[in-house]
Design a protein around this ligand. Structure first.
Ligand SMILES: NC(=O)c1ccc[n+]([C@@H]2O[C@H](COP(=O)([O-])OP(=O)(O)OC[C@H]3O[C@@H](n4cnc5c(N)ncnc54)[C@H](O)[C@@H]3O)[C@@H](O)[C@H]2O)c1
Length: 255
């Protein structure tokens, strides 16, 4: 097992990519703390058993994050791994985005990662090691129309990753994971915004050289490897797991 004895906090760990991270890190021997606003996190923690704990927490609010991190540290005796995964998608251009919507996306996707890191890193420092994994997106490198606040938040996560890597080296690492399209509740909800969800899903499939979308478990397996002692020479990087999305020049043909 890759993570025996390590203590991990996973934000948005109730479902989707975060849910898969909760399961895979637990399978690899970690004690897992799920922070989520969705009470399904409790069910998942109960299913995983005694090495798992659910703490309801809106990770965009510092008071809630401070309290939850405190409980996590108290329960398992310290933290080794933080996965900043909680995130939301909204669809708008700059001119259409209201200030409230901009703030919401930035707070949930970006400020939460800052807040959770702020309240987790001191425990990692006390233990002399740790890693902060930020779930960004391929949208930190390439983007589509109508996602201005989302793509901005995901790009900024790379800056946060580099800052943590530089400021807390050599003992604490930070790595960003940048997935392509992954089959999660977030994707399924987004598809429902279209009059033809199946057609949009097929477009997603076709965009990837792999000719499929990713599974949440694939991202989780990468996170488990990065969190393990096998990956201690990797820090500050953005690692794409995207089935070749965006690799081809737009409009070029493969055959
Ligand atoms: N699904 C994709 O195609 C895809 C691609 C690239 C990156 N991502 C990123 O991966 C991460 C996970 O996405 P997903 O597709 O699994 O989403 P999801 O909606 O399926 O799951 C997100 C989880 O985060 C939780 N959450 C949302 N706001 C929260 C808050 N304020 N406090 C605590 N928990 C909160 C939700 O309750 C949910 O359990 C996100 O950051 C997303 O941007 C997803």
């Amino acid at each position: 097992m890759l993570l025996t004895g390590k203590n991990a906090v996973i934000t948005g760990g109730a479902k989707g990519i975060g849910g898969a991270c909760s399961r895979v890190l637990h399978r690899e021997g970690a004690n897992v703390v799920i922070l989520d606003i969705d009470p399904k996190g409790r069910q998942l923690a109960e299913e995983l058993g005694p090495r798992a704990l659910f703490l309801p927490c809106d990770v965009s609010r510092e008071a809630e994050v401070r309290e939850a991190m405190g409980k996590a540290i108290q329960t398992f005796g310290g933290l080794d791994v933080l996965i900043n995964n909680a995130g939301i998608q909204r669809y708008s251009t700059v001119t259409e985005t209201t200030e409230e919507e901009w703030d919401l996306v930035m707070n949930v996707n970006l400020k939460s990662a800052f807040l959770c890191s702020k309240h987790a890193i001191p425990s990692m420092q006390a233990r002399g090691k740790g890693i902060v994994i930020n779930i960004s997106s391929v949208q930190a490198f390439i983007t589509q129309n109508n996602v201005a606040p989302y793509t901005t938040s995901k790009t900024a996560m790379l800056g946060l990753t580099r800052s943590i890597a530089v400021d807390y080296a050599p003992h604490i690492r930070s790595v960003a994971i940048c997935p392509g399209t992954v089959d999660t509740p977030l994707l399924r909800d987004a598809l429902q915004l279209s009059p033809d969800p199946e057609a949009v899903f097929q477009e997603c499939v076709d965009m990837h050289l792999a000719k499929r979308v990713g599974a949440p478990e694939e991202v989780a397996e990468l996170a488990a490897f990065l969190a393990s002692d096998k990956a201690t020479f990797i820090t500050g990087q953005a690692i794409r797991i995207d089935g070749g999305l965006g690799l081809m020049v737009a409009g070029s043909k493969r055959d």
